[in-house]
Design a binder for this molecule. Sequence first.
Ligand code: NDP
Ligand code: 2IT
Length: 447
Amino acid sequence: MALPERVQSIYQDVIKRNPGEAEFHQAVKEVLECLGPVLVKYPEFAEAKVIERICEPERQTIFRVPWQDDRGQVQINRGFRVQFNSALGPYKGGLRFHPSVYLGIIKFLGFEQIFKNSLTGLPIGGAKGGSDFDPKGKSDNEVMRFCQSFMIELWRIIGEHTDVPAGDIGVGAREIGFLFGQYKRLTSKFEAGVLTGKGLVYGGSQVRTEATGYGCTYFVEEMLKAKGNGFMGKKAVVSGSGNVAIYTLEKIHQLGGKVVAMSDSHGVVVDEDGFNLETVKQLKEVDRRRIKDYCDIHKQAKYIDGGNIWDVPCDVAMPSATQNEISGNDARTLVKNGCIAVGEGANMPTTPDGVQVFLAAGVLFGPGKAANAGGVATSALEMQQNAGRDAWGFEETDAKLHQIMKNVYQHCSDAAEEFGSPGNLVVGANIGGFIKVARAMIAHGLV
Ligand code: NDP
Ligand code: 2IT
């Protein structure tokens, strides 16, 4: 898609001011491509330079994280928190621990988070953080020492009314626990709402663990339903085998579909019988092993070392690992093999080429900032419960998540229609997320 003329210079400026941050440029471009008709309808947004302001993070913090490994060796990592936009509420967004993390990744994720959080309809601003720390192969004690050192810097800039981090790649319940413990110790406060994704015994919310995968599946169910279709009898492929992938698997099976392939960064497992949920949970959540080990337990499953999961034929594709994991060629393969719907559980997993292939082929396409919004939405529900010193039950929380995902779908669908691209949920999500933030920014004056 070409950039509308009036946003071209904004994009050029973003490239110039943020050199070498390819993922951030990509995320900005995708949003700007959709905003032409919005500026026509709301010239006041252009006058107040809302887009220029939205592309500039409100605050960026980068810090040293020194820690000692189990051999007593000193290790140094880099920590990040980009507080992107607080027009709608306290900064909110996850922390990613992965060796590929650098400022450009955190900024792309923080930028996406602004619009995603807006789409949830809940009062949360956008942020992201993390580190180039690699949790793989580290002992629990090493992870704890790292998290404690990370929090010694982070605690100054977060708080239940300021900025509320959560998990993302490499950050799950274990890491949030260590981070929370250190925050509590540094501040002498039990401030439950400062982090989400907490354990159920100390202020966590039911369904937060399941929320992103469940939510993404609910979103795809809405897309299918609008075409008189559903998950029943559908073959799905879910990339990754982490938090999002596992609960996508669980919900697809509950809705009568069958997940036939999962993966990790080393390879792909195909199980034409449909993955066994308990085995995957035990391997990944408890034993912290590789997905390949699934084949030792389920002999009918096949492991393809270094394989490409998008070569496995499916009706529904749920990319749930990482950014840019579906190329244009992968998208063509999926279309050729009969794929009818894609739900992005991961953030920006489809390349711009890939998105165009899906849209041109009429594949139902749920972009990440809408389809995976269930995770952060349930984080906001966790904040609500913490603020009210309350804890809701599983069914009640799941029903709220389900309704939120239906609303997100409807909101995207309506915005796409209103701005001249019916059925295009990429346009719908970007415009739908943007307008509310823009209105709040205008109301706040030039800040
Ligand atoms: P996890 O760390 O639990 O799992 C990540 C999975 O993706 C692992 O199987 C991992 O394989 C694979 N993966 C990660 N990086 C790469 C890579 N560079 N190449 C190939 N495979 C990779 O993370 P989550 O499940 O939490 O996150 C997955 C995606 O969902 C991310 O894009 C995240 O931003 C997004 N997301 C997460 C939310 C949440 O609530 N957790 C909410 C919304 C979006 P390996 O173990 O081999 O690295
Ligand atoms: O990308 C995301 O939305 C997340 N990793 C979840 C963020 C959150 O604050 O729950």
